[in-house]
Ligand binder design. Structure first.
Ligand SMILES: *[C@@H]1O[C@H](CO)[C@@H](O)[C@H](O)[C@H]1NC(C)=O
Ligand SMILES: *[C@@H]1O[C@H](CO)[C@@H](O)[C@H](O)[C@H]1NC(C)=O
Ligand SMILES: [Zn+2]
Ligand SMILES: [Zn+2]
Length: 442
């Protein structure tokens, strides 16, 4: 009995606390009480959940690489048609931009990427990739499904939206700068803020992570051909050996981070490719090396130093070198930097939606994301959505064993929808504040 009393008391106390906390955070985030849980319940309902799972599996079966997402794009458009959302197409070849709401400012954008990777799926399951050598191993199939789930819920609320939600389905996130092309083709026209979510196995199921400021590194690639003069391996004096030159280059590149970078500033230079020669007794004419660089600051200086070290080290060894900083058209991607105010809004929203402990302050990581182009152009916020279980059975992104935990999809859809609605509400609140409270529809 006493135990029950204590329990009851602590329950009541917690409830009071909850009420206090949520009224506090809604003061910060505008009057949004009730919205978060409403969207999460909706997203978990069979109507929304089943359609997300169906969409995700269909896209998973037919993975398409960057700028080739024609069927994925078609599926997205037919889903938007089905719920009566108007869209622009094509943008950046396969991209689709949907619009929900008044059609008037303010405009707030939600983004999903559509492309798959050049790799073979190693898992056997009912909806395995049907295309040999291509696979959705970064969760972009899930991202599309989550945004379409959010679209469905937002469209049902379209008459209550105080502005326009812009749904950005972009091509070519994996190294081909689809976001940049979308922006060049006007995707952000009039848009004031943008939100993106990435599924991850690095966080437990139902938790989300983000941080204010720099979250993902600027990412670039390099490839160099080091040319000497081939010949007999036993008569080296008549050759100019590019293998030795390339070896010096690889070692010298290590000094850029270890000797030229502030130890408290994170940078990476990795040589991940070395190709040259194919006989035991022949010195080849040339060697090709390639790799990646990562940095939060001083990106272009690092690029220039990589170029310099390669050409000058080659020269010391009497070789010539040509350096390509966009091999296979892989363009460098700027660092992903989260807007401070949007981060605050996100953090409060997660607390309301999923509880205090569900928000994880993310550490910066050296991975790259082309969402950075959007967040460079306008205030943006990128977050991770956890899907890992206790047995750690979900493999990391880009693994041939990668799987999406489909139970995370409703969380993604609800976060998307809530962020957009809250953003528009806050905007309207601010607007009516500056007009001295004449709008009382809030
Ligand atoms: C390097 O380039 C210079 C100038 O084009 C050329 O004269 C020289 O033969 C080249 N050396 C090698 C090893 O290819
Ligand atoms: C709102 O009204 C108050 C007092 O009536 C006034 O001092 C203030 O400047 C007004 N603010 C704006 C943004 O019009
Ligand atoms: Zn990826
Ligand atoms: Zn990705």
């Amino acid at each position: 009995m006493a135990l029950i009393n204590i329990l009851l008391f602590s329950l009541t106390f917690q409830l009071l606390l909850l009420l206090r906390v949520s009224s506090e955070s809604s003061r910060i985030a505008g009057d949004v009480s009730g919205i978060p849980t409403k969207f999460l319940d909706l997203a978990k309902s069979p109507e929304v959940f089943d359609s997300m799972v169906r969409i995700r599996r269909k896209i998973h079966e037919n993975p398409e690489l960057g700028y080739e997402e024609f069927e994925t794009s078609k599926l997205i458009r037919s889903e938007l048609d089905l719920i009566g959302v108007k869209y622009r197409y094509p943008v950046a070849i396969t991209g689709v931009i949907g619009y929900i709401g008044t059609g008037e400012p303010p405009f707030v954008a939600l983004r999903a990427d559509m492309d798959a990777l050049n790799m073979q799926e190693a898992l056997e399951w009912e909806h395995k990739s049907k295309v040999p050598g291509k696979m959705h191993a970064c969760g972009h199939d899930g991202h599309v499904a989550m945004l379409l789930g959010a679209a469905k819920m937002l469209q049902e609320q379209r008459h209550d939206l105080q502005g326009t939600v812009v749904l950005i389905f972009q091509p070519a996130e994996e190294g081909l700068a689809g976001a940049k092309k979308m922006i060049e083709e006007g995707a952000l026209k009039q848009v004031e803020a943008i939100f993106g979510i990435h599924l991850t196995n690095r966080l437990p199921f139902g938790k989300t992570g983000s941080r204010a400021g720099s979250m993902l590194a600027g990412t670039g690639f390099f490839e160099a051909v080091i040319t000497g003069k081939g010949g007999h391996a036993a008569i080296p004096q008549l050759t100019i050996d590019p293998v030795v030159a390339a070896s010096s280059v690889v070692l010298s590149l290590q000094h850029l981070v270890s000797r030229e970078t502030d130890p408290l500033d994170s940078k990476v230079v990795t040589v991940s490719k070395v190709h040259g020669g194919n006989a035991y007794n022949v010195i080849p004419d040339s060697v090709t090396i390639g790799g990646t660089l990562r940095a939060f600051t001083g990106f272009s200086q690092l690029q220039q130093r990589i170029k310099e070290v390669i050409t000058k080290q080659a020269a010391v060894n009497q070789c010539n070198a040509s350096v390509n900083l966009t091999p296979n058209s892989k363009e460098p991607v700027p660092p992903t930097v989260n807007d401070k105010d949007l981060y605050k809004q996100f953090k409060n929203m997660v607390r309301d939606l999923l509880g205090e402990e569900s928000f994880v302050e993310a550490s910066p990581i050296m991975g790259g994301e082309d969402f950075s182009y959007f967040a460079e152009a306008i205030p943006g916020h990128f977050s991770f959505l956890g899907m890992q279980d206790e047995t750690k059975s979900y493999a990391s992104a880009h693994s041939p064993l990668y799987r999406v935990n489909e139970d995370a999809l409703p969380y993604g859809a609800a976060i998307h929808a809530t962020m957009a609605v809250q953003y528009l509400k806050n905007k309207a609140l601010k607007g009516s504040d500056s007009a001295n409270g004449s709008h009382d529809e809030l």
